[in-house]
Design a protein around this ligand. Structure first.
Ligand SMILES: [Zn+2]
Length: 486
């Protein structure tokens, strides 16, 4: 009995102790939960993750707050238990990752300014967080849904054309940067009046085309080489999707060599990389001093597209066609005896690299700028090999050939069949460009043949009716341009 009593007493005593322990533990839990609540409330403040997803401004504000009271935070952390610290760090990680995903969505949306929805979606799908891939993060899944919906609203070729063969390909020579020098009445003024376009006119043309919905595309997006199941390659029309009303077009510039004969006539003298890392031009003034500025198409169009990214499909700019007999891009890399020969070769390589990064492509305009229809097979073979060796080795491989004077290697309206064609194809060329007054194109299994429309003085003054579909020439023609003098 006494034993039973003792055991009952012990039981009662231990039940009491258990209750006390439970009470203490509960108290401790309340204190812990309370302090955690205070900390997390402090952290959360205007930073509810559900809200943050749509509100980057809040997030930025919060980041600044965190930075500004970093000292206070350290003190707080010192007073935390390991568990609390861990919870805090976890919370911080989550917030950091939310911000990361926010940034990723913003980066992806930038691509859509130039219609690269596939690239944007791909970018988001490449995300890998601690919890898993993009599919476990609602913000990313929603962003993709949103991008896919917008992509759905795009139409093939902007609905403006039914075939890539209807696209315009326009071309220019070096722009006249100083009208008073180009049109000074000396022996080459007439040539400049016929074949050149002034900066004033180029800027008006781009503005007008932009307002009309034109969008720069690369010939490599216009026609793509695909390989079938048998390993056979062929060219097929590119699938360029744009908002309704947009009109894809290609731009090129010939003879981007800044020839000696143009010196002192108001043209750029070469392309350089400016202090901001972007391509720009140099021009030599009368007193021999050199100034940098937007004196030709490259820096002018780059700035225009920077301001209007929707003027370019996937960042495309234009094709720069180079001859070789006076070097490239204004550097006399044709002359091994030049004291700056090696240095100029390195500079051209670097300038070409930056130009390509900025959406520009290169074409051969032949080495010696001769009529390729009239010249013999052997001449064209030697000339092409020389271009590849002296220019191609600097600007890199290209499969674009722009015929000198716009004169094709063949007059056929069928399939190219000459030895010249087979040689050029073998040398790596796939895109062949002549000149015509309106869009014309052949898309064959083994090559693309596309003519280009000149937008020069001759077209504006002598054949204005040919440009009616593109411009209201009254608004385009430079008031400083002489009237037709040929
Ligand atoms: Zn030319």
């Amino acid at each position: 009995m006494a034993q039973r009593n003792g055991s009952r007493r012990r039981k009662r005593k231990s039940a009491k102790r258990l209750g006390l322990i439970l009470l203490l533990e509960l108290l401790l839990l309340i204190i812990l939960a309370g302090s955690y609540y205070m900390i997390s409330r402090n952290k959360k403040n205007n930073n509810d993750p559900g809200k943050v997803v749509d509100n980057t401004q809040d997030e930025n504000d919060n980041t600044e707050d965190n930075n500004s009271d970093g000292g206070k935070k350290d003190n707080e952390e010192e007073n935390l238990s390991p568990e609390e610290l861990e919870a805090l760090q976890e919370q911080e990680r989550i917030l950091k990752e939310i911000a990361e995903r926010e940034e990723l969505i913003e980066e992806a949306e930038k691509l859509t300014l130039s219609y690269d929805y596939d690239g944007a979606i791909e970018m988001i799908k490449g995300y890998q967080g601690k919890e898993g891939g993009y599919e476990v993060y609602p913000a990313l899944v929603n962003a993709i849904k949103d991008l896919e919906a917008k992509k759905e609203s795009l139409v093939l070729y902007g609905g403006s054309y039914t075939s890539v063969t209807q696209f315009n390909h326009i071309f220019f020579h070096s722009l006249v940067a100083d009208n008073s020098k180009a049109f000074d009445g000396d022996y080459d003024s007439k040539g400049y009046n016929m074949y050149m376009t002034t900066i004033y006119e180029f800027e008006k043309m781009m503005q007008s085309m932009y307002e009309d919905g034109y969008v720069l595309v690369s010939v490599h997006d216009l026609a793509k080489q695909v390989t079938d199941e048998n390993g056979k390659t062929k060219f097929v029309p590119g699938e360029i999707y744009l908002p309704p009303g947009k009109k894809p077009f290609v731009l090129s510039q010939d003879d981007v060599n800044y020839y000696d004969y143009m010196q002192g006539d108001g043209f750029a003298s070469r392309i350089v990389i400016g202090e901001d890392g972007k391509p720009t031009c140099e021009m030599v003034l009368d007193d021999g001093s050199v100034v940098q500025g937007p004196f030709d198409i490259v820096p002018i169009l780059d700035a225009f597209v920077e301001e209007h990214p929707d003027f370019s499909y996937k960042g495309a700019k234009g094709i720069l066609a180079l001859t070789g007999y006076e070097g490239a891009l204004g550097y006399r890399t044709n002359d091994p005896t030049s004291p700056t020969y090696e240095q100029d070769r390195e500079t051209v390589k670097e300038v070409a690299r930056v130009l390509k990064e900025n959406g520009w492509e290169f074409a051969s305009h032949s080495w010696g700028h001769r009529n390729m229809l009239e010249k013999s097979f052997q001449f064209i073979k030697n000339d092409t090999e020389r271009w590849l060796e002296e220019v191609g080795s600097l600007v890199g491989d290209t499969d674009i050939l722009i015929f000198p004077y716009g004169v094709d290697i063949e007059t056929t309206m069928g399939h190219y069949s000459s030895d010249k064609y087979h040689f050029l194809k073998e040398a790596g060329f796939n895109y062949f460009h002549g000149v015509d007054s309106k869009p014309w194109m052949h898309l064959k299994d083994d090559y693309v043949r596309m003519t280009r429309r000149p937008l020069d003085g001759q077209a504006m003054l002598q054949f204005p009716e040919r440009l009616q579909d593109l411009f209201n020439l009254e608004e385009i023609i430079d008031p400083e341009r002489p009237s037709r003098d040929w």
